[in-house]
Design a protein around this ligand. Structure first.
Ligand code: ADP
Length: 412
């Protein structure tokens, strides 16, 4: 089966978008209906470029996996997608109208999703200086998809785009201004597609237009960030130039004293490489607990009395509550706090702890709702007379598919 078999059929009534999310050694993919969000195929190629790359995928009702040849990279996964997986998903895959790519960093050049052309590719490559770990693999995915689907429009959806509405007093660091003017060093924020998705869904649940709502959304996965959304626009967010700033994360430290870096280098003789590994991969929940970066595991260890696990969760919740309270400054009125991401969607403990620390702002958890809203469920977890806190499962693939469809088929 060749690429032309996937070209859009103008007679078909349901379009599909292939969403690609390329990491340095992984490629996640999903084929979905941009209107309903229904997924027909999803999977991940992992350990790409290494000795034992593995492809796992699922189609409705079925799970599969395949060991790939040593050294197989992003292009091989996309070739397999075209030749085998999409073919196996017919007729669902028949009406592919776009490929949507998650791109982590769009710098100041992209405040919205765009159809990819050479100029866009060059701009993404330029932004790679700001996201050296993330943008180059994104480009690998884009090039591989253009090769595989030369006639299908490719769309880039940026993690940073939603935060381009931050005012300058929120995005500038108190550093010499020339660093911003000449090097574009500033806060950009991440997880934009997720924050946008849950805010749009919150507006539906609250039955009000998003432009009339003030929301604080907390995306709590392995990476974690919190965003203040005023009248539907991001006005502050906890991640900065890189995804290390802000909350405590699985293995990242979040906010620290920048003087600490000097101390590690000067007084302790740590190399930049060692500092980077320490702050990115050995800190956060893992570093504090000395046990795990996984919230679920920490909760169960804490329940068994593990002191490190208790401490890690305590610091995680405190930092998050402090950020949420801080965001009452730009918002003044908060219509809802939204929890999402693996921890936000599932952790009864974290939600309860955080909202308890925000009781002075009028948050009172409804224990029964908090316990029942998990595993993909959505809804309100605070009492009827309390300020509103919602749990909304995120769906970044759907945001990407929707944006791609809106750009290539406007008005549909
Ligand atoms: P990623 O950022 O990699 O996409 P996820 O959004 O899947 O990560 O979130 C992963 C986190 O969610 C892990 O810390 C995991 O322990 C946590 N998590 C998942 N299920 C639960 C649960 N039932 N209770 C508490 N934490 C959970």
């Amino acid at each position: 089966m060749g690429e032309s078999d996937y070209l859009a059929d103008p007679m078909a009534d349901s379009s599909r978008v292939l969403v690609l999310n390329s990491g340095s050694s992984s490629l996640k993919f999903a084929l979905l209906d941009p209107h309903s969000g229904e997924q027909y195929l999803s999977g991940i190629g992992e350990a790409l470029g290494g000795p034992e790359p593995l492809l796992t995928w699922k189609s409705p009702g079925q799970k599969h996996s395949r060991q790939l040849d040593s050294g197989a990279a992003h292009g091989v996964v996309i070739d397999l997608l075209v030749r085998d997986l999409l073919a196996g998903s017919q007729p669902a895959a028949g009406n592919l109208i776009a490929v949507g790519h998650r791109v982590v960093h769009g710098g100041e050049q992209f405040a919205h999703s765009v159809v990819i052309d050479q100029k866009v590719i060059d701009a993404i490559a330029e932004c790679a200086a700001l996201a050296p770990l993330h943008n180059p693999p994104g480009l690998l995915g884009i090039h591989a998809a253009i090769n595989a689907f030369p006639e299908i429009p490719q769309v880039a959806v940026f993690d940073t785009a939603f935060h381009q509405t931050l005012p300058r007093h929120a995005y500038l660091y108190a550093l010499p201004y020339a660093l911003y003017r000449d090097q574009r060093i500033r806060r950009y924020g991440m997880h934009g597609s997720s924050h946008r998705f849950v805010c749009e869904r919150a507006a539906e649940l609250l039955r009000k237009p998003l432009r009339e709502l003030n929301i604080i959304s907390a995306h709590l996965g392995n990476g974690a960030s919190v965003t203040a959304v005023r009248n539907g626009q991001s006005v502050d967010t906890s991640m900065g130039l890189t995804p290390m700033e802000g909350l405590v994360m699985g293995t990242r430290c979040g906010d620290i004293d920048p003087g600490l870096l000097l101390h590690l280098g000067d007084a302790l003789g740590f190399s930049l490489e060692k500092i980077s590994s320490l702050l990115n991969r050995e800190s956060g929940l893992l570093g504090i607990s000395q046990l795990s970066n996984d919230c679920r595991e920490l909760e169960s260890a804490a329940a068994d009395g593990h002191e490190g696990a208790k401490l890690a969760l305590e610091i995680f919740c405190y930092r998050l509550a402090k950020y949420i309270a801080a965001y009452t400054v730009p918002l003044q009125r908060v219509d809802a706090v939204v929890f999402t991401g693996g921890i936000g969607e599932n952790s009864i403990f974290v939600r309860e702890q955080v909202l308890h620390q925000l009781r002075h702002l009028g948050f009172h958890v409804d224990a029964k709702h908090n316990e029942s809203i998990r595993f993909g469920a959505e809804g309100r977890i605070t009492a009827a007379d309390s300020a509103v806190a919602l749990v909304i499962p995120t769906n970044e693939e759907w945001v990407i598919a929707r944006d791609a469809a809106a750009l290539v088929r406007p008005g549909e």
